[in-house]
Design a protein around this ligand. Structure first.
Ligand SMILES: Nc1ncnc2c1ncn2[C@@H]1O[C@H](COP(=O)(O)OP(=O)(O)OP(=O)(O)O)[C@@H](O)[C@H]1O
Length: 234
């Protein structure tokens, strides 16, 4: 579904160097790595906020780099950004409606909103509340709900656990696993919480200093000595 080959991208200097990543349909893939490794830059490059200097990105058999950033959401890519970025002065429902601006989101709205409320019931309870007054965990669920409202083929999540207490973060990971189980949605997750991310996903990449340092299925990565020492504290 998403094939990234030889990607070099960044700002005045490159942050990502020769990065290749594959996400197949229905897969849950995690990209883990330390602060500043380039995880957010990778997502911004997929969304079109940052332009790569070399490499290719194919999504659903199309050359993504030839498609304008604003059009990429319409192809079925939902980017749930770092720091949630909900619209604070809009209600929960209005935020969800903002997510449904794609053609597919409009078409599937009734079905999607039912499922979003089923998966994330707090959003149904708080539907009339201003998003800015929600807790961090609730805002993260709203950001995920807003992504789901666009009827995505690929849901990209940038550090959904950021700034959340461990129990709340665990709840978010558990919800993602359940959403994926029920919908077979393709998920690409970027995370610093390596243990939780590798438990949730079926395949993982370790990004270090802008390069893919390791790749494998979740069991292989969780058993890898370097991962255990550097990220799992074992
Ligand atoms: N707009 C920008 N202009 C210049 N450099 C940037 C910009 N955004 C990020 N960087 C730099 O790019 C590098 C990678 O940042 P990026 O945010 O992609 O990493 P990350 O792995 O997502 O880390 P974090 O978990 O801290 O968000 C860092 O050295 C950062 O300082």
């Amino acid at each position: 579904m998403l094939h990234i080959e030889g990607l070099t991208s960044g700002y005045s200097i490159p942050v990502l160097n020769d990065v290749s990543i594959k996400v197949e349909e229905g897969q849950f893939v995690a990209i883990v790595g330390p602060n500043g490794a380039g995880k957010t830059t990778l997502f911004k490059t997929i969304s079109g906020i940052v332009r790569p200097s070399t490499g290719t990105i194919r999504f659903a058999n199309q050359d993504l780099l030839s498609i304008r950033p604003a059009q990429r959401a319409h192809l079925g890519i939902a980017h749930v950004p770092e720091g949630r970025q909900v619209f604070p002065s809009l209600t929960v429902m209005e935020n969800l409606e903002m997510g449904a601006m794609t053609e597919a989101g409009q078409r599937d709205w009734k079905h999607n909103i039912e499922r979003i409320f089923e998966w994330l019931p707090i959003l149904a309870e708080r539907r009339g509340q201003f998003a800015g007054t929600l807790s961090g965990g609730q805002q993260q669920m709203l950001a995920i709900g807003r992504g789901l409202a666009s009827s995505p083929k690929l849901l990209m999540l940038d550090e959904p656990s950021m700034g959340l207490a461990p129990t709340i973060a665990d709840f978010i990971f558990e919800r993602l696993i359940e959403i994926r189980r029920q919908s077979n949605l393709t998920i690409l997750l970027v995370e610093q919480r390596v243990a939780e991310a590798l438990e949730s996903a079926d395949h993982g990449y370790v990004l270090e200093a802008g390069r893919v340092a390791l790749e494998g299925n979740n069991q292989t990565l969780r058993a890898d000595d370097r991962i255990r020492k550097a990220y799992l504290g074992m």
